[in-house]
Design a protein around this ligand. Structure first.
Ligand code: NDP
Length: 249
């Protein structure tokens, strides 16, 4: 049997653009109904919702700040009352605010840690009860290779992304007996709006450090997410899969 998500309901945080958008559309392509959240890009989010519906699936879009626990709970409640259950949560929303440690402000530290790490707590906690009631679920948290290998200028970002890996392993151990799996995807350098701000020299350096010799595409991250969302990965939990062209090997 091929990879199918027929009958599953999914939520992708930060699904309006970039990697999150690719993930949302891939899950819908494979047969799932897909809800997304976004922070500011209302038009882009509505467009993604329409594309999900054009694939013959149900779509929902919520404006919800990922740092706010009450808003996360509201989103999860709306989905479960609308669709009856939530099978798959993809914690994708994230930001960068790069700076060398000597210049990094407390605000830059707090913004990145809360957006990238507290958001994972918010949604993973809010979804635990509904998934227990549903007798299972799959959570996929989007980290980064810099959470594994570190990167100058990204102490805040790499701390948040390493934190995701520890969080996921503990969560996986706590909820394994309830048939809830939790895994991490650690992308390398993927072409999105987040990375298009990097200058040519930095990009050349990244390509040189990547054994496959090129940047990744968001759909290559989405493919790995689809696998972890599906019943093709039912014996995998607490794992981190790098999607990085071999960069952090
Ligand atoms: P983008 O900047 O292209 O998109 C970020 C998404 O997150 C948008 O949908 C944005 O919504 C949403 N978002 C940001 N802040 C919040 C918030 N407070 N509440 C809700 N939603 C929010 O990023 P990418 O697609 O590049 O990155 C996606 C994930 O992948 C991130 O976690 C990132 O750290 C990770 N990653 C990316 C890599 C890359 O090379 N691009 C490499 C490794 C990891 P809105 O449109 O409304 O602003």
């Amino acid at each position: 049997m091929g990879l199918s998500l027929e009958g599953k309901t999914c939520l992708v945080t930060g699904g309006s653009r970039g990697i999150g958008k690719s993930i949302a559309l891939k899950l819908a392509e494979l047969g799932a109904d897909v809800a997304i959240t976004y922070a500011r890009s209302a038009d882009a989010a509505e467009q993604v919702k329409s594309e999900i519906e054009a694939l013959g699936r149900k779509g929902l879009a919520f404006q919800a700040d990922a740092v706010d626990f009450a808003q996360a709970e509201e989103v999860i409640n709306s989905i479960t009352s609308e669709w009856g259950k939530l099978d798959v949560l993809v914690n994708n929303a994230g930001i960068t605010q790069d700076n060398l440690i000597l210049r990094m402000s407390e605000d830059q530290w707090d913004a990145v840690i809360t957006t990238n790490l507290k958001s994972i707590f918010n949604y993973s906690k809010a979804v635990a009860r509904p998934m227990m009631k549903n007798r299972g679920g799959s959570i996929i948290n989007i980290s980064s290779v810099v959470g594994i290998s570190g990167n100058a200028g990204q102490t805040n970002y790499s701390a948040s992304k390493a934190g995701i890996i520890g969080f996921t392993k503990s969560y996986a151990k706590e909820l394994a007996s309830r048939n809830i799996r939790a895994n991490v995807i650690a992308p390398g350098y993927i072409l999105t709006e987040m990375t298009e701000v990097l200058d040519e020299k930095v990009l050349d350096g990244i390509k040189e450090a990547t054994p496959l010799g090129r940047a990744g595409d968001a759909h290559e991250v989405a493919d790995a997410v689809a696998f972890l969302a599906s019943d093709m990965s039912t014996y995998i939990t607490g794992e981190t899969i790098r999607v990085d062209g071999g960069m952090a090997m």
